[in-house]
Write a protein that binds this ligand. Structure first.
Ligand code: NAP
Length: 280
């Protein structure tokens, strides 16, 4: 568990459902819950919140035992839309509260994200959500938000993996009491053929994915690898019977080449048409 800046606890290892097709999302989430995951990361733009909620019910687990995150779509940053879109998320999930709600991208095509954040603060005060945070915020976005608002984000969810270690932004998060969540933690598979990671994995009798995820865990970040392959879902959860040495962690961190897998938040200002279509 990681304790967030408002005292809420989040499981450090979760399951991500980006690009999990709607017709597979319920079963994939259920399988993850059966393996032992207690933290699911979804978003309005993934279009599978409903299936995540159904899986939580089907698992038979008490709602309070599963930590669920969702994220506001870029098309819904205007304050009235943000309120409506949050209610829609709760309805899709079938929940009466959400654990963590994030501004998905610092997009300002529709509204200033500071205004959006003020709605997030209201949602937090109303206890409809247990913690609020941001995603893909670069240093300048964080500085502007922190200067303009009262509640410090609990997390900043950003792309982090051995080829994009993000140490300056992670340090900025840490210095402000913001937990780092590392998305695409195995770079969508790109780091798994790396020689250094392979050699460390062989030494520990683990797979490259397990070593990479363990590296994130030992750096203190929160991760939620995605897989729709049952054996990999189990493999990615089996991280707690070995420990990387300081030298291993240093060697993996040294693989950084500032190589992004996903979009650059400085230029990503997209409001997909399919999000506009959802607006009432
Ligand atoms: N906030 C944001 O903007 C943002 C952006 C991207 C992602 N995210 C979040 O982060 C989560 C994870 O990121 P991601 O889905 O982009 O990438 P990822 O978890 O780094 O990688 C997923 C890919 O790796 C494969 N894989 C998973 N485990 C493996 C293993 N043990 N061995 C070999 N291959 C493996 C999966 O294939 P199979 O499924 O075929 O097994 C899939 O193709 C997302 O699901 C989402 O929740 C957030």
């Amino acid at each position: 568990m990681v304790t967030l800046n408002n005292g809420v606890e989040i499981p450090q290892l979760g399951f991500g459902v980006f690009q999990v097709p709607v017709d597979e999302a319920q079963q994939a989430t259920l399988s993850a819950l059966e393996v032992g995951y207690r933290h699911i990361d979804t978003a309005q733009s993934y279009r599978n919140e409903k299936q995540v909620g159904l899986a939580v019910v089907e698992s038979g687990l008490p709602r309070s035992e599963v930590f669920v995150t969702s994220k506001l779509g870029n098309g819904f940053h205007a304050p009235t839309d943000a309120r409506w879109a949050f209610e829609r998320t709760l309805g899709e999930l079938g929940f009466d509260y959400l654990d963590l709600f994030l501004i998905d991208w610092p997009a300002d095509e529709v509204a200033d994200f500071v205004e959006t954040w003020q709605v997030f603060e209201e949602l937090l005060a109303s206890c409809a959500v247990r913690a609020i945070g941001v995603s893909n915020f670069q240093p300048q976005h964080l500085e502007r938000l922190l200067a303009a608002t009262d509640v410090i984000p609990a997390v900043n969810q950003i792309e982090v993996h051995p080829y994009f270690t993000q140490d300056a932004l992670r340090e900025q998060n840490r210095a402000n009491g913001i937990a780092t969540e590392a998305w695409s933690p195995i770079a969508q598979g790109k780091v798994l053929g790396d020689e250094t990671i392979g050699a460390i994995a062989a030494r520990h009798g683990k797979t490259p994915a397990q070593v990479t995820l363990r590296w994130h865990i030992q750096r203190g970040d929160i991760v939620f690898p995605k897989s729709t392959t049952p054996a990999r879902v189990a493999e990615n959860f089996d991280l707690f019977d070995f420990e990387l040495s300081d030298d291993d962690v240093t060697a993996i961190t040294a693989l950084n080449r500032d190589d992004r897998t996903g979009p650059n938040p400085d230029t990503m200002n997209m409001v997909p048409d399919r999000q506009r279509e959802l607006r009432p």
